[in-house]
Each structure stands twice: as C-alpha cells, then as structure tokens.
Design a protein around this ligand. Structure first.
Ligand code: AMP
Ligand code: MG
Length: 271
C-alpha cells in the first residue's frame, strides 16, 4: 500500500478543516471488519519489529500524542495498538490535572520531561493540548494566556523534530451519540464505574465549545513537522487499524536499522 492509502486521515498544514465535515464513522473507509482486524494484527506485528530496530539503532525517537473527548478511546487505543511491543521500549505518560509544582512552571515543563529519549517510543495519553482545550473551554486561564500557546507549541514541537523526534498526533473523533452510549455502558457495568466521573457529564454539556476548541487546535497546530490525524473513532476496530497504519507508515519512512557490530564477527566462536 502506498503512503496516501495508509494515512488518509492526516491533515495538511495550510489546509484548514471543519471538524463537522470529518467522519466519526470508520465503516465507510473499510467495508470489511474481519479483513480490517486481520490487517491490524499483521501491522501490529510489524510495529513490534520496528520498535526493536528503533531501540537497537538507539538514536531516533517517536512520539505518539493521543487526544479525544472523554470515552473517546485513548486508553483502548494504547492497550490495543501497543500490545505485543516490548514494554522496555515504550514510555506511556497520562497527563492529569496539573499538580501545584507543575502549575508553578510553564505549561510545557512537564511535557518536555516526559519526552522519549533515544530509541524510545513515547505515548501521550492527553498532552500539552489540554492547555488549549480544557483550559480554554473552562476558562482556567484568560485568552491572552492560552492563545499564544498555539505558536509556543509549534515552536516546541519544531525543536523536538529538529533534534530527532518524529511526532504523530491523533485526535480520536467520536460523535456525541457515541459518547452517550459509551458513558451509558460505563454506568450499566459496575466494573466500569471507576471510569465514570460526574465531571465528564459537565464537560459533555459543553460539547460544542469543545468541538470549536478542538477544530482550532487542529488548524493552528498541524505543521509539516508534527501533523494531526483525525481518526474516525466510533468503531474501535477501524480506529485501531487507522492509528496503527499511520504509526507503521512513519516507521517505514524512518527505516531504523540494526547497527553493525563494532568489529567483524564472522567465524568468531564462543569457548
Ligand atoms: P482522565 O484522562 O480521565 O484520567 O482525566 C484526566 C483529567 O485531567 C481530565 O479531565 C483532563 O481534562 C484533566 N487535565 C489534563 N491536563 C490538564 C491541564 N493541563 N489542565 C487542566 N486539566 C487537565
Ligand atoms: Mg476520564
């Protein structure tokens, strides 16, 4: 498959989108769920191979950023896509409400500390983008503070890209109705109650404000060095496939290699 087929949901810098025009249904992009699941499993194995090469080469770094509305599938994506990858090569960070210490610094301080080092894959469950989303919608800081953050983020990500980090950003796009169903499923299943929070319902009431904030985030921070992908995420099987395809495509482009041995090892026998 060529690149365009593997990354149909990648946004292009300088071509603003309207979020309402972008699909939340994955079905229309893949007619056959079983075939999609088979392709997903095979790409997941490929991802695991690439991770080992990345680690072995020990220089490039990959960062995967996941943003979504509550119940949008960030946890499930991480669980499914990275299943099978050596845990030693992956570093997952979940960003919560900032601590007092974090709030005493600039908003990128905690993010920079969590960046993957050489040969590592970093996965962000939420990210610095909360600082132009929840912070904006709930008026946690004035516009004069959050608006300049788009540019600050672009510069920060440019620094990371120029120093060897490949950045892939995913917005998992679910419909309002899909969120309703997932919240209800959490309520109906006692083993999922821990995932439910009343705050989620308050945020749900502000759905339209969130959509406006997300749309602007996507348009302001899609850059050639750190593109957003808007993944149709109502169907988990398509979401998993689409995210994995984009990650594998990047690793193929990056093409990390096993390093050559320090000396020629031919004929060497261990006694
Ligand atoms: P969860 O992902 O369900 O564990 O929830 C984490 C919570 O932390 C969410 O409600 C986020 O909106 C919130 N959060 C994450 N980052 C920030 C931030 N920079 N400022 C305020 N709230 C945040
Ligand atoms: Mg939550």
């Amino acid at each position: 498959m060529n690149q365009a087929t593997l990354t149909p949901h990648r946004l292009e810098s300088g071509r603003p989108i309207r979020l309402a025009d972008l699909a939340t249904e994955g079905k229309q992009f893949h007619p056959d769920r079983e075939a999609a699941e088979a392709e997903f499993r095979s790409l997941r194995d490929e991802l695991s191979d690439w991770q080992e090469r990345l680690y072995a080469e020990g220089r490039p770094k990959l960062l995967v950023v996941l943003q979504a509305m509550d119940a949008g599938g960030k946890d499930g994506t991480i669980r499914n896509v990275f299943k099978g990858v050596n845990p030693q090569g992956i570093q997952v960070t979940s960003f919560k409400v900032p601590s007092k210490e974090e709030l005493a610094h600039d908003f990128l301080w905690r993010i920079h500390k969590a960046m993957p080092g050489n040969g590592m894959i970093g996965v962000f469950n939420r990210s610095h983008y909360e600082d132009v989303l929840v912070v904006r919608v709930h008026h946690l800081v004035p516009e004069a503070v959050w608006r300049p953050r788009y540019e600050q983020i672009n510069h920060f990500e440019q620094l990371l890209a120029e120093t060897g980090t490949t950045i892939l950003k995913f917005y998992l796009h679910i419909s309002r109705e899909e969120q309703r169903q997932r919240f209800q499923a959490r309520l109906d299943d006692p083993t999922k109650h821990w995932k439910f929070s009343f705050e989620d319902l308050e945020k749900r009431k502000l759905w339209d404000d969130y959509m406006a904030a997300i749309e602007e985030m996507l348009n302001q921070t899609t850059t050639p060095w750190a593109p957003w992908h808007v993944i149709p995420a109502d169907q988990k099987w398509y979401r998993n496939l689409a995210v994995t395809r984009a990650i594998v495509q990047s690793l193929r482009d990056l093409n990390p290699q096993y390093p050559p041995p320090e000396k020629d090892l031919t004929g060497l026998i261990v006694e």
